[in-house]
Write a protein that binds this ligand. Structure first.
Ligand code: S3P
Length: 164
């Protein structure tokens, strides 16, 4: 991989990842999409049928497989939080980019979300708490961070590109 994007749900990993891949003329890989493809069902359905732990195992396997591919990888919000994934990302020589976002932005982006099981389970306050619990790990796993709140997706792409 040329770069790996990490950050909380709603931080823009997928949008920015597509645009960055387009700009660099390389494929975009989305870890959630890889899991869905492998499982043959949606993330929501995996959580409902198999539970979060099973999802985390699938996520770990998909990450391991994805690291060898070419292109840009967008991870899921919980990916770098799992200890084994954190170690794998730290050990890889691929730049890890944190898309940072303020709680207010998360709330406005996720308030009507129906696809993310954790958003549904935790509610908006719970999501903000979860972000608070995760922020240090996001910082630690990443090589650099982009504060995205006041930037357009294309501006985020430019900032990342300058730093790669
Ligand atoms: C999760 C984030 C989701 C998805 C799953 C769990 C999390 O990805 O992997 O619902 O634990 O933060 P996005 O960050 O792409 O929404």
């Amino acid at each position: 991989m040329k770069a790996i994007l990490v950050g909380f749900m709603g931080s823009g990993k997928t949008t920015v990842g597509h645009l960055l891949a387009q700009k660099l003329n390389m494929p975009y890989h989305d870890l959630d999409d890889m899991i869905v493809e492998r499982a043959g069902k949606s993330i929501k359905q995996i959580f409902a049928d198999d539970g979060e732990l099973a999802f985390r195992n699938m996520e770990h396997d998909a990450l391991e497989a994805a690291l060898d591919d070419d292109g840009i990888l967008g991870t899921g919000g919980g990916t770098p939080i799992q200890a084994a994934n954190f170690e794998m990302l730290k050990a890889s020589d691929v730049p890890v980019v944190l898309l940072d976002v303020m709680p207010e932005t998360i709330i406005s982006r996720l308030q009507n979300d129906t696809d993310r099981p954790l958003a549904k389970q935790l509610g908006l306050d719970g999501l903000v708490d979860l972000k608070g619990q995760r922020d240090l790990r996001y910082e630690q796993v990443s090589d650099f961070r982009v504060a995205t709140d006041d930037l357009t997706p294309l501006e985020v792409v430019e900032t990342i590109n300058k730093n790669l």
